[in-house]
Design a binder for this molecule. Structure first.
Ligand code: G3H
Ligand code: 13P
Ligand code: ZN
Length: 300
């Protein structure tokens, strides 16, 4: 178990590795993620978004993860990713989430601090940690991203009392992160890191591996112009203080590739459990690669 619900991110930052925070959306994804962490003997951060909560039902998804945790031999933290609504955050805290994110990054600095502070005070009573976000990742259909200002980051952490800070340094969510060469603002990360001592979190960190995209396309998908964050850039970000790295897209790609491959190769099979088992296996392998790449293997 994590000591009093706190994520072991400070230790990760000090020791120069990162924990992948892996997004789940249901039974198969959760089983794949747990199997990967158990096989790699790594501490696990498994997270759900508000849209997963609407899709799966909060009690259902929490129940699945909780049950898997009971049988696991590794420390597990269930985290709310991009919490934006206070009622959902309160519900997560009451159910026993060990960590929540308050994403008030679209608001002014003042309002972001005030909302984050409020969530910190609610979470503290439950021994739960709080991730906040400053700066904004590019979102589909939205305006330019706002990269995190290092001095604002220092002020934000001091005033809000958050336990970890998600920063914007050039990544974005999804499978289409860059139109040209990947560009991460490492100078900015270095400066933030020198000022801010809480662990830093990198969102939008999937690598969108070519092999997975090609496998999806070989079996009928139409994905083109995809681009992710190269592994070497993620390793550099870890050296510069990033201790939690959010991955969702790569897991989704692996799962989709598995479903497509299974159905294409077994056209007569209509037992969903067989296709889902194959999708689970491919997802597990990707999760294992992340745990190894970020240095989390063997840290449980
Ligand atoms: O922000 C994290 C996700 O990759 C987007 O997740 O589709 O579950 O909201 P969502
Ligand atoms: P990706 O879309 O790059 O996997 O990012 C996921 C994420 O940041 C979830 O919060
Ligand atoms: Zn994110």
């Amino acid at each position: 178990m994590f000591v009093s619900g706190r994520l072991p991110l400070n230790r990760a930052r000090k020791q120069g590795y990162a924990l992948p925070a892996l997004n789940t959306n249901g039974l198969e994804m959760s089983k794949a993620i747990f199997s990967a962490a158990e096989r790699m003997k790594a501490p696990l951060i498994i997270q759900v978004t508000e849209s997963t909560i609407s899709y799966a039902g909060i009690e259902n998804i929490f129940g699945i993860v909780k049950q898997l945790e009971r049988n696991a031999k590794i420390p597990v933290c269930i985290h709310l990713d991009h919490g934006r609504r206070l009622p959902i955050i309160r519900k997560c805290l009451s159910l026993g989430f060990k960590s929540v994110m308050i994403d008030a990054s679209k608001f002014s600095l003042k309002k972001n601090i005030a909302l984050t502070k409020k969530v910190v005070s609610l979470a503290k009573r439950k021994g739960c940690s709080v991730e906040a976000e400053l700066g904004a990742l590019k979102r589909i259909g939205s305006m330019e991203q706002r990269l995190t200002d290092p001095k604002e980051a220092l002020l934000f952490v001091e005033k809000s009392g958050c336990d970890s800070l998600a920063i914007a340094i050039g990544t974005s969510h999804g499978a289409y992160k860059f139109s040209g060469k990947p560009r991460i603002d490492f100078a900015r990360l270095k400066e933030i890191s020198s000022l801010v001592s809480v662990p830093l979190v990198l969102h939008g960190a999937s690598s969108v591996p070519k092999e997975l995209v090609q496998k999806c396309n070989r079996f009928g998908a139409g994905l083109s112009h995809t681009k992710g964050v190269p592994g070497k850039d993620l390793k550099k970000a870890i050296r510069l203080g990033v201790a939690k790295i959010n991955i969702d897209t790569d897991l989704r790609l692996a799962f989709t590739a598995g479903l497509r491959e299974f159905h294409a190769k077994n056209p007569k099979d209509f037992d969903p459990r067989n296709a889902l088992s194959h999708a689970q296996l491919l997802t597990q392998r990707v999760a294992e690669q992340k745990l190894v790449m970020f240095g989390a293997k063997g840290r449980a």
